[in-house]
Design a protein around this ligand. Structure first.
Ligand code: HSE
Length: 418
């Protein structure tokens, strides 16, 4: 049984909490530094790939071996490796020994959360993951607190790297690559930023949110995802002309028949909308609940300091009685619907045909054939930029793809958020 001092009452526990950290990158190093300052925690080992690199902890604490780390008899491990393997395997090994786990790893929670939670329950261990979504913004705690209500929708900005890139493209006029390099320097991006840019990181976080909303376990592959890689400076300028900004929005809705729809993609957000004011690595969440109504939560969503806040708070929560919602024992994985949304919305479409592609007349013919009503239209040889009247996402992306001669990388389809 772990006992920790309650800071507010300034009592002291007899024994500090024994903690081992897996990973000592940007976040791991920040967490290690903070824990070394605490008297109520003792670091037992830190798992790293290279024990010779300078770290904030002494060489004696570094190990490359998970067995050696677990043999140091931690009460809890903090998993900050990211990615699925070997993180999942190490978490499982810890839980089997009854060691509690705190993790910031959305990939393992989204993909293996149910199995890991079940195993933890059988082994008398706890698995806490507040930092896996929203970093230091306590969105999972907020969803837990709504367990007596019925959550019907969650919408928001859940990837700090993409939001940082989009706002830098807007305000500093830099390219996507330049803004990405800056995000990497600041420690926002994943080691491999592909997951950020393609929207997969957002899809995993959306699955964790849906699970916490009590909607069951949904695999990230069931989420309809579009990333930000095709967004150009011209798209950003087009948005500005419409008094909008572009944001990567994750949306989850639960229909009355229990069907769940999850999607991630770029949207045009009017500047007066709350989500437009979320800049830099910020995250923002809108929760709709039957009784509580619409709730907003906003804060930094990526970076070592805010992630360390959630990780250390989870660690201290191990000392208090369980407050996190127990995962539903028999919640069956639901198939999310395959279209991005059935709602009728105005859409921005920018489509580039290959060099020397169709002339404006041919593009116009293609638009007319689609039967989609167009609000404004700009045609140049090989390029169409248009705003549609309300249509489904599938109809808008069908038109975009045919204008771009079947190449999705050459177009952007962004619904307008109302
Ligand atoms: N790469 C992630 C992001 C880190 O940018 O949101 C926090 O999960």
């Amino acid at each position: 049984m772990i006992r920790l001092p309650d800071e507010r009452h300034e009592t002291r526990a007899a024994d500090p909490l024994r903690v081992a950290i897996l990973g000592c990158g940007n976040v791991g190093a920040e967490v290690a530094r903070r824990l070394l300052e605490r008297e109520d925690v003792r670091l037992t080992r830190v798992l790293v790939r290279d024990v010779h690199r300078p770290r904030p902890v002494g060489r004696a604490l570094l190990t490359r071996s998970i067995e050696e780390l677990l043999d140091s008899q931690p009460d809890a491990i903090i998993e900050l490796l990211g990615g699925v393997e070997p993180a999942r395997c190490h978490v499982e090994a810890a839980v089997r020994r009854g060691v509690h786990v705190v993790t910031a790893n959305k990939s393992i929670i989204a993909r293996h959360g149910q199995a890991l939670h079940d195993l933890a329950a059988r082994c008398g261990a706890r698995l806490l993951c507040e930092a896996s979504v929203g970093a230091g913004t306590p969105i999972l705690a907020a969803l837990d607190q709504l367990r007596g209500d019925r959550i019907t929708a969650i919408r928001g900005i859940v990837n700090g790297t993409c939001n940082f890139i989009l706002t830098r493209m807007e305000t500093a006029g830099c390219t996507l690559d330049e803004a990405l390099r800056e995000a990497q320097r600041l420690g926002y991006a994943e080691p491999d930023p592909t997951a950020d840019l393609t929207g997969r990181d957002s899809a995993e976080k959306l699955c964790v949110l849906a699970q916490r909303a009590g909607w069951g376990w949904i695999h990230p592959d069931a989420v309809k995802v579009q990333g930000i890689t095709t967004i150009t400076a011209e798209d950003v300028r087009s948005a500005r002309r419409q008094r909008c900004v572009i944001r990567l929005i994750a949306e989850a809705e639960r229909h009355t028949d229990g069907a769940v729809r999850l999607c991630v993609g770029p949207c045009f957000v009017p500047v007066a909308h709350g989500l437009a004011s979320v800049t830099g690595c910020g995250n923002a969440f809108e929760i709709e609940a039957q009784l509580a109504g619409r709730i907003h939560l906003q804060g930094p969503g990526a970076g070592p300091r805010c992630t360390a806040s959630a990780v250390i708070s989870d660690l201290l929560a191990l000392a208090s009685p369980r407050r996190e919602a127990a995962p539903k024992a028999h919640a069956s994985p639901r198939r999310a619907a395959t279209s991005r949304t059935t709602a009728l919305r105005r859409h921005y479409i920018r489509a580039d045909a290959t060099t020397g592609g169709p002339d404006p007349g041919a593009l116009l013919h293609c638009i007319e054939r689609s039967g989609i009503n167009v609000d404004s239209l700009e045609l140049r040889p090989g390029r169409a930029v248009l705003h549609t009247m309300p249509v489904t996402f599938d109809a808008a992306s069908g038109l975009a793809e045919s204008l771009a001669e079947g190449e999705p990388d050459r177009c952007l389809v962004a619904p307008l958020v109302e």
